[in-house]
Structure formats: structure tokens, C-alpha cells
Design a protein around this ligand. Structure first.
Ligand code: ARG
Length: 226
């Protein structure tokens, strides 16, 4: 082997080693999504795995960035704080864009529309939104359903004293089936899934509010926002 060939081989080996190192590094880099996985079809458990529309979109984003996706399940009310503190890279939870949240985080372009609807028992005397006045309303804590319902009647709500907050939408629906609340205000797609899974429930035809879903990202992380 002549010197020229030797040098070439050496260079090749060095390049390979370098490639391996940077490659390994890339693989180790994660993209952490924070969510509240009791919100089908956006995020829910299939066995011990979190699946759904948000999980699938997040997987595509991670793939595009060459990162490994990690999904963390947490209370819905903790997601914004976790994004703000950099504990997670993004909050993805069928999350509605609103002014208050925009003060703490940035939002991606919206990727879905959410509609707040009302679930009642089939034999309920509640037929319209107005019939909710003075009734017990179940919501998932910190969601827009909670915010709207808890507002004073002057502000379009039903008064905080009439609202029961639950950690998960599923728990609010369970309370409805048990007669602990008279109605549940929640996003339309999970509402459909919950009504399908529980006998004797129905969704009122009147829509309560129409909203945009987007991904919450730390204000400093403009790179991920792009
Ligand atoms: N769209 C509503 C909101 O942003 C409810 C979202 C609840 N999401 C969840 N994964 N539990 O407040």
C-alpha cells in the first residue's frame, strides 16, 4: 500500500468515526410533548401508550427535526407552566389559543377547530344553553370550558358556584352519568367519543363557542416555532 492510499484510508476512518458521533448525538436529542391524555381522539391511552391525532402530528414534527419524541402526561392546567419553564418543548393537547395563554407562550399556526358543546343525559330537561342557568355544570379544570362556564352571568357564564371542576374530561362525564352534575361543557370531538362510550348521554345541538387549536411553545424557542 502506498502512502497516498494509507492517508486516504485514514481520512475515511476519521470521517466514519465523526459521522457516527454526530449521528449518535442527533439520535439522543429528544422532543418532549406535554399533554393531558384523556381527550380522545386527540390524545388517549391505548394500553400504556399515548396515541391520537396530537401524538401523530408530534411524531411527524420529531421525525422532521431528527429527534426522538417523548410524551409526558400531566394535568391540563400544568402544561403552559411546563412549556414556560422549559420542562417540555411543546404543549399539545387540543389546546385552544386565547389571549391569556398568549401572554405566557407562543402558539404555532392552528391545525384544528374545536367547538365547545354541552353534554346532558338523554332524559334531561336542558334543551338549550339558556336552560343551563342555575344547573350544576361539570368541566375539566383550566380548560376554556371551565373559563367560560365559571364567568359571571353578566360575562356570559353561569357563575363559579355552579361549576364543578374535574381533573379529566372523563371524570366530568362520569359525574354526569352518576347525576352529580346536570351537564358537561367540553370540546366536540371528545364529547362525541364520551357519548359513544356511555349509554344515555347526548350532545345539545347549540354550540357554545368555536375555537382554534395550536401547539404551545416557549416564547424564547423561536426555532421550534418556525
Ligand atoms: N380546548 C380546550 C382548552 O384548550 C380543552 C383542551 C383539553 N385538552 C386535553 N388534552 N385534556 O382549554
Amino acid at each position: 500500500m502506498n502512502t497516498c492510499k494509507k492517508v486516504l484510508l485514514l481520512l475515511l476512518a476519521a470521517a466514519l468515526i465523526l459521522c457516527c458521533f454526530t449521528g449518535c448525538k442527533k439520535e439522543a436529542k429528544t422532543l418532549t410533548m406535554g399533554t393531558n391524555a384523556a381527550f380522545p381522539p386527540y390524545e388517549y391511552y391505548e394500553g400504556d401508550k399515548i396515541v391520537g391525532i396530537d401524538a401523530e402530528i408530534a411524531a411527524e414534527i420529531a421525525k422532521k427535526l431528527g429527534r426522538t419524541l417523548v410524551i409526558e402526561d400531566m394535568g391540563f392546567g400544568s402544561i403552559i407552566t411546563a412549556v414556560q419553564g422549559g420542562k417540555i418543548d411543546m404543549g399539545m393537547a387540543g389546546m385552544t389559543v386565547n389571549e391569556t395563554r398568549l401572554q405566557s407562550v407562543n402558539f404555532s399556526t392552528t391545525y384544528a377547530t374545536g367547538i365547545q358543546v354541552v353534554i346532558v343525559k338523554e332524559d334531561s330537561d336542558i334543551e338549550t344553553i339558556d336552560d343551563l342557568m342555575g344547573k350544576k355544570i361539570g368541566v375539566q379544570e383550566s380548560t376554556t370550558g371551565d373559563i367560560y362556564a365559571s364567568a359571571t352571568p353578566e360575562d356570559g357564564g353561569f357563575g363559579e358556584e355552579n361549576v364543578e371542576r374535574y381533573n379529566k374530561g372523563t371524570e366530568a362525564v362520569l359525574a354526569l352519568t352518576q347525576g352529580k352534575v346536570d351537564a358537561v361543557i367540553i370540546d366536540n370531538e371528545p364529547a362525541k367519543a364520551f357519548v359513544k362510550a356511555n349509554e344515555g348521554l347526548m350532545i345539545l345541538e347549540t354550540e357554545y363557542a368555536v375555537e382554534d387549536y395550536a401547539i404551545a411553545i416557549r416564547k424564547e424557542n423561536t426555532e421550534l416555532l418556525q
